[in-house]
Structures are given as C-alpha cells and as structure tokens.
Design a protein around this ligand. Structure first.
Ligand code: NAX
Length: 321
C-alpha cells in the first residue's frame, strides 16, 4: 500500500478549507492508496484547526490514513511528499506592499530552512501564499537540497480564469481552448496571451481592442473582481487550481500549462526569477516551450511583469543567499 505525506500550510485559512476536502475526496496523486495529511498553521489558529480536524473526521474519507494538526513546521514537513504552501501573512490596512513582501519573505525563508533539513530531494513544493513567485524564489534559494524543478508557484488559477473568460466570450467549451499562455507574475501585471491560444476546430478572430481593453485587464484584475462581489478573496477557485496544478504534475497534460518556474533566460527573461512560462508536462517533469512567437503588442507588457518581479527580488535580496 502506498501512502503519501501531504502537508498544507495556512490550513486554518479560506483556501485550505476548500482544498483539504477536495484532495481527500478524490486524491490527485499517482499510484497512491492513502494519505497522511499534515495541517500547519500558527499557534493562534490551533483551536480552529481542531474544529477542522473534527469536520475532516466526520467525512469518513477512505483515502485518509492519518491526520495531524500542528503549529510546528518541522513536524509538518518531515518526509513530506508534497508541501502546499498556502499560509502567508495578509496585507493589513495601511501596510506598504514592500513590508508585506518582507514579512512573508521572513516566513518563507524560515520554513525553507526547515524543509531543507527534514525533507528529501523528492519533496515537491507548491507555493500559493502571496507574493507567490517571489516567495517561491526565496524557497528555492534556501533549499539547496531540493531540486529547482520541485518548486513551483501557482499560476493555474490565472490560466483557468483566462480560459473561462475566453470560453464565455466565444460561447465555446472550455476544454476546446488550448495553448492559453500566461506570462510572468501572479499579480495584476501578468500577461494572458491570446495570440498563441488555439481552438483546434476554428480560427479565433478577436478585435485588438477586446483583447487589450477587456480580456487582459479582466484576467489581471479577476482577483479584485471576486473580492468586490463576494466580499472575500478567491478561495474555492484557488483550491481548485491547486488541485489542477498537482494533477498535471502527477499525470502530465496534453495542453500547454502555466506554472511559475525558475527562469534560466528563456524568451530573454532575466534568469533567477520564478516566472510563468508556457510549459509541457510529462512524467512529473516540465519543459519550457521555447519557440512561441510573442506578438509585438505583448512585448512591453511582458517586460513590465518581468520588471515587477525584478523589483520584488530586489526587496528580498537579503533572503537570497
Ligand atoms: P487566509 O488569510 O484565509 O489564510 C492564511 C492562513 O495562513 C491563516 O490561517 C494564517 O494563520 C496562516 N499563516 C500565516 N502565517 C503562517 C505561518 N508562518 N505558517 C503557517 N500558517 C500561517 O488566506 P487565504 O484566502 O487562504 O489565502 C492564502 C494565500 O494565498 C494568500 O497569501 C493569498 O494572497 C494567496 N493566493 C494566491 C493565489 C495564487 O494564484 N498564487 C490565488 C489565491 C490567493 O489570493
């Protein structure tokens, strides 16, 4: 019997409240019979985690072998197969973005140091907590034992949003939309690319103004739109995207995928940034698709998202040994 150790940080938060139940009801892991789930959150959240534990038990999930709630990262991370890093400090009123980046840098560096001590080089780490790409870079730099390709950041929510918005516009099925590339950062500078997108059975014909004045800003600001209507940030859709992210890492994909990965100079993007590129994924390994044309109208936008990541990297440089 194969049992996987799955750790979720920020387990008392909103995204985890959807994610945990989604994973346990239909585990997205290859050749896995049972799951040991470890739920990590800060000490002030332990009572709430206890309530969550009771709810998980009440589901009587057949996939569940063992359930641990803890505020001790070492206990949570030891021998993990996957660590889903959802936990992060939220932005409080009046807080500068650079302070938020630094507060989270501190969290991710200290967790990375523990990961490096107690995990194996097989552990896969998915970074969700914002700023996800820069937190992932910190994780990467502070875990010399973990191969770079095992650390990815969540961009799948952005890709799912882009596919769905286009599907609605064209009255098309979402599964027919292929090659939806998202370039750059998980932020309002990300660049969803309709110029490389295809629908195999038909030609996509869209006005430049719709692409640039409606589609791109809508995808970029979709998170804000959800907050405006729901009064809360995306949680179930983020959890669903994390599930999809794990699924493609485990089972591969016949489409172009969007994950934040460590740049090595592809498409003239600066090396050493966690950047969303077009990827193929097979047998648990990804490859950057390096031969796409970038439409002239996107070049400046892609530069902007790269520059934002460079600025974030500059802010956290003392966390990048
Ligand atoms: P919540 O504020 O509901 O939950 C965050 C949880 O993290 C809290 O329970 C908090 O106590 C915990 N936490 C804080 N510091 C911790 C630490 N050092 N160790 C363990 N746990 C810690 O936020 P939620 O809505 O669940 O969102 C979580 C993160 O995902 C946020 O940073 C959010 O911005 C980010 N997102 C990233 C997305 C992406 O595509 N990359 C999309 C969704 C989401 O916006």
């Amino acid at each position: 019997m194969v049992t996987k150790n799955i750790t979720i940080t920020g387990a008392a938060g909103n995204i985890a409240y959807s994610l945990i139940f989604r994973i346990l009801s239909n585990p997205p892991f290859k050749d896995t019979d049972k799951i040991n789930i470890r739920l990590l959150d800060i000490s002030q959240s332990q009572k709430s985690l206890m309530g969550l534990k009771y709810e998980i038990e009440d589901c009587a999930f057949e996939s569940l072998e063992n359930l641990l709630i803890t505020d001790d990262p070492e206990l949570a991370f030891t021998d993990a197969d996957y660590i889903l890093m959802v936990g992060a400090k939220p932005r409080s009123k009046g807080m500068e973005r650079s302070d938020l980046i630094l507060d989270n840098a501190e969290i991710f560096r200290s967790q990375a140091q523990i990961v490096n001590e107690v995990c194996s080089k097989k552990t896969k780490i998915v970074i969700v907590g914002n700023p996800a790409n820069t937190n992932a870079l910190i994780m990467n730099y502070n875990t010399p034992k973990i191969p770079n390709e095992n650390i990815t950041s969540l961009m799948k929510l952005d890709q799912n949003r882009a596919k769905s918005i286009l599907a609605t516009k064209l009255d098309e099925r979402v599964e027919n939309i292929k090659n939806m590339v998202i370039w750059g950062n998980h932020s309002t500078t990300q660049v969803p690319d309709l110029y490389n997108c295809v629908i195999p059975s038909k030609e996509i014909s869209l006005e430049h103004s719709w692409i640039h004045d409606t589609f791109i800003p809508r995808v970029q600001k979709r998170g804000g739109e959800i907050i405006e209507f729901r009064g809360l940030s995306s949680a179930a859709s983020a959890a669903s995207a994390i599930y999809d992210h794990i699924y493609v890492l485990e089972f591969g994909s016949d489409d172009c995928e969007a994950l934040g990965v460590l740049s090595t100079g592809e498409y003239n993007i600066s090396p050493d940034l966690m950047f969303s590129f077009p990827l193929t994924i097979n047998d648990g390994t990804f490859t950057v698709i390096d031969n796409l044309d970038i439409n002239d109208s996107l070049t400046a936008l892609i530069k902007q998202t790269e520059e934002e990541l460079l600025k974030e990297r500059e802010i956290v440089k003392k966390y990048l040994p």
